[in-house]
Write a protein that binds this ligand. Structure first.
Ligand code: PLP
Length: 388
């Protein structure tokens, strides 16, 4: 038996909680790493009497450790892990019922748009896409039956910043829930529940996992009634992550704080190069003082993160050539891992939004700036731009 003295995560700082919250030393061995618990079923001492686990879809010790850890980081009271970010989004969206109205920011991940427009809307949910930086437009778009406002900030891929506190207040005033996709910022930079949001959703595939080796999703909430419903849906629909995947996310989160610092520092260096390069028409990064969301970002984020987008003065062909022309940046979808990635959203991650209000400009390139040596990244991208 071990005597693990680490009791209440709330007493500790973010980086400490990232390493310890929800992860007591294994009581039988003292192991400091949460075991990957593969059992699908658990012995009961009498009918209906068990030690908290019955069947692994309903609850699993490795998943429970992950859920407690991220809930602690998001300053939530309840956390739920899912098989992917979209599975997590689906669980939140299923809390709506036919006749409800949903407002989606007009700049969001293409898969969110696809889920809402092609899967949720046919279930009788009305939805509108609104520019959430325009609070008057948002208020005007609210209807008596509006029950949810869904926002991303910073957005994928335009890095638009939405004022979480202001949108959450408008949602409250209209008896609607405010859901924040916190995938880009992560709780290391931004904690939407502390700003009045009702639910946080993550693609854990990105920064939380951090190493491009696991697909996962997460929902964090404070409200007990909403938590009960999400927990019910998690079990009833069954889109749960495997224990090994939970382990990988737990492992990734341990270095989240230090990774995000380095992602942000490298992004700053890249942005400095981009803003002075003649081939670049516009650099989109909330850390830039002239970014329209800079003030809101400075208020609600601790730093500006590792995602950078830019537009090419010479248009689509130039964007495609830069995306295919780097050596250290890998041409690939996804984001948020240690290695730097480059992509053309219009033809790749956001192709499903073509022709919709969420269509992205075709001269846009998106970077997920990794944690490699800063000079290597700057030199690589500058060379690809110089060669245009
Ligand atoms: N939210 C954002 C902001 C994303 O970028 C993504 C995926 O790229 C998702 C949600 C969906 O997550 P997943 O791919 O894990 O299902």
């Amino acid at each position: 038996m071990t005597d693990d003295k680490f009791r209440d995560p709330a007493e500790f700082g973010f980086a400490t909680r990232a390493i310890r919250a929800g992860q007591p030393h294994d009581p039988s061995t003292g192991a400091v790493v949460t075991p990957i618990s593969l059992a699908t079923t658990y012995a009961q001492t009498a009918v209906g009497e068990h030690r908290g686990f019955e069947y692994s879809r309903s609850g699993n010790p490795t998943r429970a450790a992950l859920e407690a850890c991220i809930a602690s980081l998001e300053e939530a009271d309840h956390g739920f892990a899912f098989a992917s970010g979209l599975a997590a989004e689906d669980a939140i969206l299923r809390t709506l019922t036919a006749g409800d109205h949903l407002i989606l920011g007009n700049d969001a991940y293409g898969g969110t748009y696809r889920l809402i427009s092609q899967v949720i809307a046919p279930m009788g949910i009305e939805w509108s896409a609104v520019d959430l930086t325009d609070l008057d437009a948002l208020t005007a778009a609210c209807r008596p039956e509006t029950r949810m406002i869904w926002l991303e900030t910073p957005t994928n891929p335009l890095l638009t910043v939405v004022d979480i506190e202001a949108v959450a207040k408008i949602a409250r005033d209209h008896d609607a829930r405010c859901v924040v996709d916190n995938t880009f910022a992560t709780p290391a930079l931004q904690r939407p529940l502390t700003l009045g949001a009702d639910a946080v959703v993550h693609s854990a595939t990105k920064y939380l996992g951090g190493h491009s080796d696991v697909v996962g999703g997460f929902v964090a909430v404070r409200d007990h009634t909403l938590a009960e419903r999400i927990g019910y849906l998690q079990n009833a629909v069954g889109a749960v992550p495997a224990p090994f995947d939970c382990y990988l996310v737990i492992r990734g989160i341990k270095t989240l704080d230090i990774r995000i610092e380095r992602h942000s520092a490298n992004a700053r260096a890249i942005v400095e190069m981009l803003t002075s390069h003649p081939a670049v028409a516009e650099t989109l990064y909330p850390g830039l003082p002239d970014h329209p969301g800079h003030d809101a970002a400075s208020r609600q984020m601790r730093d500006f993160g590792g995602m950078v987008s830019f537009r090419l003065a010479a248009g689509r062909d130039a964007a495609l050539r830069v995306a295919a022309g780097t050596e250290v940046f890998t041409l690939a979808e996804s984001l948020g891992a240690v290695e730097s990635l480059i992509e053309h959203p219009g033809a790749m991650t956001h192709a499903s939004a073509a022709g919709s209000p969420l269509e992205v400009p075709d001269d846009l390139v998106r970077l997920s700036v990794g944690i490699e040596s800063t000079d290597d990244l700057v030199t690589d991208l500058r060379r690809a731009l110089d060669e245009l």
